[in-house]
Design a protein around this ligand. Structure first.
Ligand code: HEM
Ligand code: HEM
Length: 178
């Protein structure tokens, strides 16, 4: 059990599996969003990269909920954040969590109240409606912009881990998650 759970010295196997597994899936999700943004509609590559966006986005939504529960169960045993910069890192992680939930959630709410219906890997989750429920569509207008803010935060997060902790401070923060 001790290897699986977090400890004050390092993140346990489950947290590390969530972290690196989801990091890889987020890379694929941002690639799909970038293709949607940058490539012409008729591009076959855009079609391929976009084809998994809703299934992967929904999977990430479910995973972040599980990861959040696991994080809360381990909250008292995780590597601590001392001083001011450590507290700022905590806030940064909280912002990552908030956007990891909100970005897919607003689209899923829009799908629940929208006219197209919604399926997850071929299983119908929300049936199509004749008319959309107006309020469900409002926040989804911000889905793309918030998704790009999340991408920018992730880039900052990687820079802090690699440049600040690994190259400048040369501390063991990266190895706590590696
Ligand atoms: C954490 C998960 C997700 C991330 C990071 C994400 C990210 C993004 C980003 C950055 C864009 C903008 C692309 C552009 O500029 O052209 C976008 C667009 C879009 N996403 Fe997602 N997405 C996620 C989950 C989902 C889910 C679960 C759905 C559907 C249920 C969805 C449906 C769409 C649609 C329809 C668009 C195009 C319209 C728009 O920009 O709102 N996404 N997504
Ligand atoms: C190459 C990519 C990445 C590297 C090198 C990296 C590195 C790290 C390190 C070293 C920690 C521990 C920091 C600490 O204890 O203060 C951490 C924690 C964290 N990372 Fe990353 N990370 C990467 C990608 C990502 C991505 C893509 C996300 C989310 C979209 C993410 C979200 C988090 C969160 C929320 C934490 C807090 C601990 C937790 O609840 O899992 N990271 N990361």
């Amino acid at each position: 059990m001790s290897n699986l759970s977090d400890s004050p010295d390092r993140f346990g196997l489950v947290s590390r599996a969530f972290h690196w597994g989801m990091a890889a899936l987020f890379a694929a999700q941002f690639l799909s969003a970038a293709a949607h943004w940058a490539l012409p509609r008729e591009s076959a590559l855009r079609g391929t990269l976009w084809s998994y966006h809703t299934n992967l986005g929904t999977t990430l939504f479910l995973l972040v909920l599980l990861r959040g529960v696991w994080g809360l169960l381990n909250l008292r045993n995780r590597p601590a954040h001392a001083n001011f910069i450590g507290q700022a890192a905590k806030l940064g992680h909280l912002a990552l969590y908030a956007l990891m939930v909100i970005v897919p959630a607003v689209r899923l709410v829009a799908s629940a109240g929208g006219t197209r219906g919604f399926s997850y890997f071929g299983i119908s989750i929300f049936p199509a409606r004749e008319t959309a429920i107006a309020w469900t569509q409002v926040a989804a207008e911000w889905h793309g912009a918030m998704g790009w803010i999340l991408a920018a935060l992730v880039l900052g997060h990687i820079a802090m881990a690699v440049v600040w902790h690994r190259l400048i401070k040369r501390d063991d923060v990266l190895s706590q998650m590696a």
